[in-house]
Design a protein around this ligand. Structure first.
Ligand code: AMP
Length: 182
């Protein structure tokens, strides 16, 4: 199964992607995690993206697409995967379409969480890019660049929506039910 988890920053999609990927026996592919590893390891790529991430902006599509393309070509991704945080722009959707086909995704799971809860969660999480100014920017960038993808996938008939507020276990069950995998 090829899945995409989408939603605003702080919606819990990374946590849920990890749990659902374990349950389904497919890899969880998070471009945010991949970038954070590069930053922590001090690679060339990490040096290129560190300031961008700290500001809450998006890494250029060319860099992101090249990294994702390599990752989904690995053996463990042959039987499916959960994409978490990619695609985030229309250009990334087009790149993914070229890689797996326009009908390549079986389902796109949208996590719905109100903005005040998102801000509260991000402040509690305390990641390097979770300070108030960056959070505001990330929410704006999401609205401008990523929210339009929701309608696109709805029109393709693959979007399912999950209420992202509640206990972590409960939300995992909601996702599995929405996927017909419960
Ligand atoms: P995330 O962990 O998904 O919230 O990603 C953390 C940060 O990594 C984002 O705020 C961006 O700076 C960068 N990033 C992750 N995925 C992408 C993507 N698909 N396109 C551009 N930037 C990304």
């Amino acid at each position: 199964m090829k899945l995409l988890f989408i939603g605003p920053p702080g919606a819990g999609k990374g946590t849920q992607a990890g749990r659902v990927a374990d349950r389904l026996g497919i890899p969880h592919i998070s471009t945010g995690d991949m970038f954070r590893h590069h930053v922590a390891a001090g690679t060339e790529l990490g040096k290129q993206v560190k300031a961008i991430m700290e500001a809450g902006d998006y890494v250029p599509d060319s860099i992101t697409v090249a990294m994702l393309k390599e990752r989904i070509a690995e053996d463990d991704a042959a039987g499916g995967f959960i994409l978490d945080g990619f695609p985030r722009t229309i250009a990334q959707v087009e790149a993914l379409d070229e890689l797996i086909g326009e009908d390549g995704l079986d389902k796109v799971v949208l996590f719905r969480v109100d903005n005040d809860v998102l801000v509260e969660r991000m402040l509690a999480r305390g990641r390097a890019d979770d300070n108030e100014e960056t959070i505001r920017n990330r929410l704006n960038v999401y609205e401008e660049q990523t929210a339009p993808l929701i309608d696109l996938y709805r029109e393709r008939g693959v979007l399912v929506e999950v209420d992202g507020v509640g206990e972590i276990d409960e939300i995992t069950e909601r996702v599995l039910a929405a996927l017909g995998a419960d």
